[in-house]
Ligand binder design. Structure first.
Ligand code: ZN
Length: 295
């Protein structure tokens, strides 16, 4: 199942939907026809006990009756979750990326955070003031979305708490990041967490530990790896985080970026006004955003 959020016009509130071969199912509308109450955001959908079953009832109703369906071309896709409670991010989780920055391979996951106000969706602009930061960089990443409260879970059970997976770009202001001991400022400029296009439930993915991942800037491929190279795989990250704090439905985990980020390239690649970034993960589609300077 591919769960996302959509809107018909830029002024309309977004609504949660499921992408099917027949079109995009408006879950609240289809749910009311099917007699199941479904809320107005994916975050709230994920909080419902047994949400997948209820969403499937709504989808079945829409497909059977031909109602509450929208053509993909008629709607805009926004971020699949716009108000995560937490954005957890993992630093240096591919050994090649740790080495390119002259960093030690971590002995345990290096956890940091981005604020929820960083989220933006597919095709939305990533914006910054060039007088505030002069070293903006991309980081293509696999993102896990939590679907069930997880506290102190073990690695063997950890993936049962994951609702699905999407693509993220952990956009980073390297000058701010490296000037501070805490990374949160350089990682948390508004719009610095593009997410999407959809949350893919785990049944759609053969092996989360062997997916190609790549990033292109203006069509040039600058990152290329595979999730098999993650130092700490998704299950270990969920278990590790859940020992420190409660993971809640709608929380997202950026799992780390492979080598090839712009700042450590020779010659260096720093993002500029008008640049286009595309991150792709096997089976999860592509996430494209354009860079824009603001004052
Ligand atoms: Zn990152």
């Amino acid at each position: 199942m591919k769960l996302g959020q959509f809107r018909e016009t830029a002024v309309e509130e977004s609504w949660p939907g499921v992408v099917t071969d027949e079109g995009i199912v408006d879950l609240a509308e289809a749910g009311s026809g099917a007699g199941v109450d479904l809320p107005a955001t994916t975050h709230k959908v994920l909080e419902i006990w047994n949400w997948e079953r209820k969403v499937q009832l709504a989808v079945d109703y829409a497909e059977k009756t031909g109602t509450a369906l929208h053509a993909e071309a008629d709607v805009e896709t926004v971020a699949p979750i716009t108000d995560p409670g937490k954005i957890i991010a993992i630093g240096l989780n591919y050994s090649d990326h740790a080495e390119e920055g002259d960093q030690e391979i971590p002995e345990r996951p290096l956890v940091f955070s981005k604020f929820p106000t960083t989220v933006c969706g597919p095709d939305e602009a990533v914006e910054w003031d060039p007088n505030y930061t002069e070293a903006v960089d991309y980081e293509g990443e696999l993102v896990a979305v939590i679907g069930e409260e997880a506290r102190n879970v073990n690695e063997e059970d950890a993936l049962e708490y994951v609702a699905g997976y999407t693509i993220g770009n952990d956009v980073s202001a390297r000058d701010l990041q490296l000037a501070d001991e805490q990374w949160v400022r350089g990682k948390s400029l508004d719009t610095f967490a593009p997410l999407g296009p959809y949350i893919h439930t785990p049944d759609e993915i053969d092996d989360i530990g062997s997916l190609d991942i790549w990033t292109e800037v203006n069509g040039e491929r600058l990152q290329e790896s595979n999730t098999e190279h993650l130092i700490f795989p998704v299950a270990e990250l969920v278990a590790f985080c859940s020992r420190a704090f409660t993971l809640e439905p709608g929380d997202v985990i950026f799992t780390g970026t492979p080598d090839g980020v712009g700042y450590f390239r020779d010659p260096q690649v720093l993002l500029e006004d008008g640049d286009t970034m595309t991150v792709g993960v096997d089976g999860l589609g592509e996430l494209t955003n354009t860079c824009r300077h603001i004052e």
